[in-house]
Write a protein that binds this ligand. Structure first.
Ligand code: DGY
Length: 430
């Protein structure tokens, strides 16, 4: 890759800031106009990482609106519907979370499932930008973050690793990780629906109808059981322990210890969670593939998937027994790193969402973890590839790992955010 000129870096920095402003709806950002017109959980936390590079006050506001949508039981919904938008399906009426006992009264309309918990990690980073004014804002967020992590440990950590109850929770919606768990049930009784995503984006880049029928079936299951955690645990056909959830929670818990220390709060409970998560991570290790995998908790089977989530252990803070060899093989096989699915696997699909394309946010976490672990060549390779993809193809939602084709939505919040907070040469200098 050619080194970018200062002028080019300035132009990309300024375009990334423009995108964050463009997607700002007043206190929260949407991932991109049209395709995703609401506040998504981990997209929003990543937006804070981007804002923190040039407007720390706005970064705090993003985290505050995000955490204000927390349910009474501690769950942080994956979508907050601040205002209705007919361009997205499934909207608030389909989720039917109003009146769910776990939600509690007076909260913003929302979905009934969660997403990878990266909020504590970006709260700590935002604080690092300006500790003097950040102390009070960090203190105000702390009880909500504790409640969120406690909810995960109480309702999703029965195997030590964190279980998802819907593929959308992992953020890796149509990853092959979920194929066998999804194939194990028939989506009978799904009410007629019209997809909106394929009106915004080429259908070849999106999940299939078979996936969507099951996504909606699982939403109806949640609605019919009043979004009760125990009903999901006991009766839902879909329950899979996920490396993304496990490692983001592990990292966020370490960051929560950092926050507790800043605030002079006790850390024992959080440290206990980290110990349990570390034991849980071992249950996700797949000897055959030489990396972390997902495990179907209904059958006990590992899914046999090598994905970008397989390399999040470093981000989680683990150092021993990490999948370095498998990482090297995947890096050698991919023109652009890190593909969301193993290019050597027949299930690889270079354009279809989480079955192959490169995602900047995952690159940021994998590379940062590698860097912290001293694997600087691998970390730098991933950052360089991310820079090249954005420089040549813009701030797309995701990219084809073989030729860099931009895919999904454009002017994308979290791609702009990881540019400003990590990939840009100016982020490296800050
Ligand atoms: C979507 O609608 O594609 C989202 O990923 C669900 O969260």
């Amino acid at each position: 890759m050619q080194t970018l000129t200062d002028t080019r870096v300035d132009a990309l920095d300024s375009e990334a800031r423009r995108i964050l402003r463009l997607n700002d709806r007043g206190g929260y950002t949407v991932p991109t106009d049209g395709l995703y017109p609401y506040q998504w959980n981990w997209d929003s936390a990543f937006a804070a990482l981007g804002f923190a590079a040039f407007d720390v006050d706005r970064a705090w506001t993003e985290l505050e609106t995000l955490m204000a949508g927390q349910w009474q039981n501690g769950m942080l919904p994956h979508i907050q519907f601040h205002q209705e938008d007919a361009g997205y399906f499934p909207g608030p009426g389909v989720w039917g979370t109003e009146g769910a006992p776990g939600k509690g009264a007076g909260r913003v309309a929302s979905s009934g499932i969660t997403q990878p918990p990266v909020a504590a990690s970006f709260a700590l980073r935002t604080y690092a930008k300006d500790g003097a004014t950040g102390q009070d804002r960090l203190r105000a967020l702390f009880p909500r973050l504790m409640k969120l992590h406690r909810w995960f440990m109480e309702s999703r950590a029965e195997s030590g690793a964190i279980a998802i109850v819907h593929p959308w929770e992992s953020g890796r919606d149509n990853a092959p990780d979920w194929d066998s768990a999804m194939a194990a049930f028939e989506p009978e009784g799904v009410e007629p629906y019209t997809r909106r995503d394929t009106g915004h984006v080429d259908p070849r880049m999106r999940p299939t109808k078979a996936d969507y029928d099951r996504y909606i079936w699982l939403v109806q299951f949640g609605r019919d059981t009043d979004w009760d955690d125990a009903a999901f645990a006991e009766r839902s056909p879909f329950r899979v322990a996920d490396p993304t959830m496990t490692f983001t929670l592990m990292r966020a818990s370490r960051d929560l210890v950092g926050i507790a220390r800043i605030l002079d709060e006790p850390t024992e409970e959080i440290e206990g969670w980290i110990t349990r998560l570390e034991a849980g991570a071992e249950t996700l290790w797949n000897e055959k593939t030489g990396c972390y995998d997902s495990r179907n908790l209904r059958t006990g089977e590992l899914s046999g998937c090598v994905s970008n989530a397989s390399f999040l252990g470093w981000w989680g803070g683990l150092r021993q027994g990490q999948p370095t060899e498998t990482l090297h093989r995947v890096l050698a096989d991919a023109r652009y790193a890190v593909p969301s699915f193993d290019p050597a696997d027949p299930r690889f699909d270079s354009l279809r969402y989480w079955r192959g394309p490169v995602w900047g946010v995952m690159n940021m976490m994998v590379s940062t973890g590698l860097h912290e672990a001293g694997l600087t060549d691998e970390a730098e390779r991933i950052r360089r590839d991310t820079v090249a993809l954005i420089d040549q193809n813009g701030f797309a939602e995701y990219f084809d790992p073989q030729d860099g084709t931009p895919a999904g939505g454009g002017t994308f919040t979290w791609t702009a955010a990881i540019w400003l907070g990590w990939a840009s040469p100016t982020a490296q200098e800050r």
